[in-house]
Design a protein around this ligand. Structure first.
Ligand SMILES: NC(=O)c1ccc[n+]([C@@H]2O[C@H](COP(=O)([O-])OP(=O)(O)OC[C@H]3O[C@@H](n4cnc5c(N)ncnc54)[C@H](OP(=O)(O)O)[C@@H]3O)[C@@H](O)[C@H]2O)c1
Length: 340
């Protein structure tokens, strides 16, 4: 295995700039190319930071470039699955922005293509590397609050026309839905904390401002295989600072964001214990822990192991988002998972 992995960035917008900065800091990798739909966007990114790399004009050229070990897909939502399938077929490892797919068919096709090719993958549910998330996972693993009986995660983020990707994000064809555009972060967190899969979900929605082609505000309730229950909401029409709420209620205690109540660990506790840490409290991509995410992918490749956040795992996050969308489309009808 080469000492340095070659990275191709494909899609030169806002999140690409954060990925580029993280890859530049990584001890494992070198950016060998940048490309985008339009050559001038890729060239602008390269010039901005005086990056010494090739600017490819087509995705085919990216995949033909033998220096490329990892394709980092940072284009809009509707191109991820198709490009991920092509990259996997060409034997390239994948960092793929969320959502990795915007339909049931795309989700299955990408999962199957990656499984067939054997490439390593990470889907960019970057909050899994947020320090609060990692502390919560560690407390759960230590049975600090016993077994989970209720899991609640909300993503309240007033995404609107100010967003650089607004033109593609607000339509069904290119953005997908509220769940696929932003709610997938909350659903992925819910699954990761629960350590289990949802078997049934019901959802409702509204579209108070009418800015999006799809309903901008969604609430879903769900039942897990192990009998735990859960709730998740995503609100794009909210008027408030970015909020990512986490409530994990167990048989022996509760975690509310960074506050702990644990009969098991702290029998004489009289009030919440607060864990000072870095919270998931900003939607700014420069606040997201992409450094840890890109290094994790590189280590998975170099050590020949699978990521906890690979395409096979993220398939279930997307399937649950798509089930929520199906429930909304059917007026709140319960949907069973796995999808038929
Ligand atoms: N994980 C996270 O926390 C996080 C945060 C933000 C965004 N994201 C995701 O990252 C992706 C990009 O978001 P963004 O905020 O960077 O959006 P953006 O600012 O609109 O950037 C997307 C870029 O993709 C390029 N593009 C368009 N069509 C393309 C194609 N077919 N192939 C390759 N590139 C293409 C566009 O440039 P040209 O058309 O000029 O070439 C555009 O600049 C989205 O899927 C979004 O959901 C994830």
């Amino acid at each position: 295995m080469k000492k340095q992995l070659g990275v191709a960035i494909h899609g030169a917008g806002s999140v690409a700039r954060a990925h580029v900065a993280s890859w530049q800091r990584s001890p494992y990798a070198t950016i060998v190319s940048v490309s985008s739909q339009r050559r001038e966007s890729a060239q602008r990114l390269v010039d901005e930071i005086a990056l010494n790399c090739t600017v490819h004009t087509s995705f085919d050229d990216v995949l033909k470039d033998e220096r490329v070990d990892i394709v980092d897909l940072t284009g809009p939502n509707h191109v991820h699955a198709e490009q991920g399938i092509a990259a996997a077929a060409a034997g390239r490892h994948l960092l793929i922005e969320k959502p990795m797919a915007i339909s049931v068919a795309e989700n299955r096709a990408l999962r199957d293509a990656v499984a067939l090719s054997g490439v390593k993958s990470v889907v960019s549910f970057v909050l899994r590397w947020n320090p609060l998330f990692q502390n919560l996972k560690s407390l759960l693993a230590a049975q600090t609050i016993g077994d989970l009986i209720y899991v609640e995660v909300d993503y309240w983020h007033g995404i609107g026309p100010w967003y650089s990707g607004w033109d593609w994000a607000h339509t069904r064809k290119t953005g997908g839905s509220t769940m696929l555009l932003g709610g997938c972060h909350a659903i992925d967190a819910l699954r990761w904390f629960a350590g289990d899969e949802v078997v049934q979900v019901t959802a409702f929605s509204n579209n108070t401002k009418g800015l999006y082609e799809y309903d901008a505000n969604v609430v879903a309730i769900m039942k897990f295989r192990n009998d735990a229950i859960g709730k998740s909401s995503t609100l794009f029409d909210c008027q408030m600072p970015y909020s990512f709420n986490i409530d994990l209620v167990g048989t022996d205690g509760t975690l509310r964001d960074n506050r702990l109540w644990s009969k098991r660990l702290l029998p004489n506790q009289t009030d919440w214990a607060t864990l000072p840490t870095i919270m998931p409290d900003s939607g700014d991509v420069n606040h997201h822990p992409f450094d840890a995410e890109v290094n994790h992918l590189a280590e998975c490749i170099l050590e020949n192991r699978e990521s906890h956040c690979n395409v096979a795992d993220s398939f279930h996050t997307h399937e649950l988002c798509l089930a929520i969308d199906q429930s909304i489309a059917r007026g709140g009808q319960p949907i069973s998972l796995p999808l038929a």
